[in-house]
Design a protein around this ligand. Sequence first.
Ligand SMILES: Cc1cc2nc3c(=O)[nH]c(=O)nc-3n(C[C@H](O)[C@H](O)[C@H](O)COP(=O)(O)O)c2cc1C
Length: 359
Amino acid sequence: MISERGASRRAARIFTVDDARRLARRRLPRGVFDYVDGAAEAERTMRANVGAFDALGFRPRMAVTTGSPPDLTATVLGLRVDMPLLLSPVGSSRLIEPGGDIAAARAAGAAGTVLTVSTMSGYPLEQVAAATPGPLWFQLYFLGGRRGAEQLVDRARRAGYHAIVVTVDTQAPGGRERELRTRVSPPVTVTVQNARRVASQVSVRPWWLAAQARDGFRFSYANAAGMADDTGPMSQLRAVEEWIAAPARWEDFSWIRRTFGGPVIAKGVLSGDDAKKAVDAGASAIVVSNHGGRQLDRVPATLPVLVEVLAAVGDQAEVLIDGGLRRGSDVVAAVALGARAAMAGRRWPMASRLPGSAE
Ligand SMILES: Cc1cc2nc3c(=O)[nH]c(=O)nc-3n(C[C@H](O)[C@H](O)[C@H](O)COP(=O)(O)O)c2cc1C
């Protein structure tokens, strides 16, 4: 439970997303902060994402404006949004802040935009959908294998999600070195042994600890609950193992489209060739993304790839981008280059204690 007054005080100190990061660093245990803030290996790709936006300048046309406020609305897959910035999926956000996906869904709805709910959300996808009248997308990992994924797609359809976002860049777990050092790497399980390992990090962050204690330390992947296969109920660990063993392939897009009956988006494309494959597989939109640099380090920054992907798919699919957007002018740059909209990942969970998101 977050008080609106506390949230307002905190919001008054946040002018940019980097302010939110600074506050999160002070509020979160080291391992939790590093989980959300960090990336793979030497974090070159994460820095390159930000650097590509920093390197881009504007050359505006002069003496053409009419004085009326600019129209920020955009249409993404037929959905009208109040600004061309959507929220990328972030798993385990309940570990960062108990309101997690629910708070983000409400904040996105209030801002007139879309939250993409991760398969690895801390709340069941139905509970997130019930918390907001705003539009939601569902990000798909094959948790529980193909059978589990089929159930997730069907659940998302019944809960009224507008699109399925299939993440194609998670072919193997990313090598995130900060997580090796802090030993905080979801799924976090609460055991005496784990509590001992992180005691020194957590003891200096009593507000986080108190909030999580009130929430019952619910760090599990809520969407895995109730999954089963022929041998009986599936544990969370088994469901994760099934996913890692057989991640999404282009051939899967046809059954996902059939089961869902609405638009399917490919997230994690980094070349014109793969963008064409996504279109051939039936994707209605593509998110140029390198997972915020969290998967394979040394892959290219997303901004230069956006141009290649736009040229490859033409008007056959809508093209979005995420990775490294840290301010409104980055969104303007992405849209000016031809993106239908941009998306933001690791900063939104750091700002989820803002007014309007309180439970
Ligand atoms: C803590 C964290 C968890 C993430 N979890 C997911 C996920 O479950 N599924 C997914 O497709 N992408 C996931 N991503 C990647 C984001 O959706 C997005 O691609 C990336 O964060 C964009 O870069 P940015 O953080 O620089 O904005 C995650 C990113 C972070 C930081």
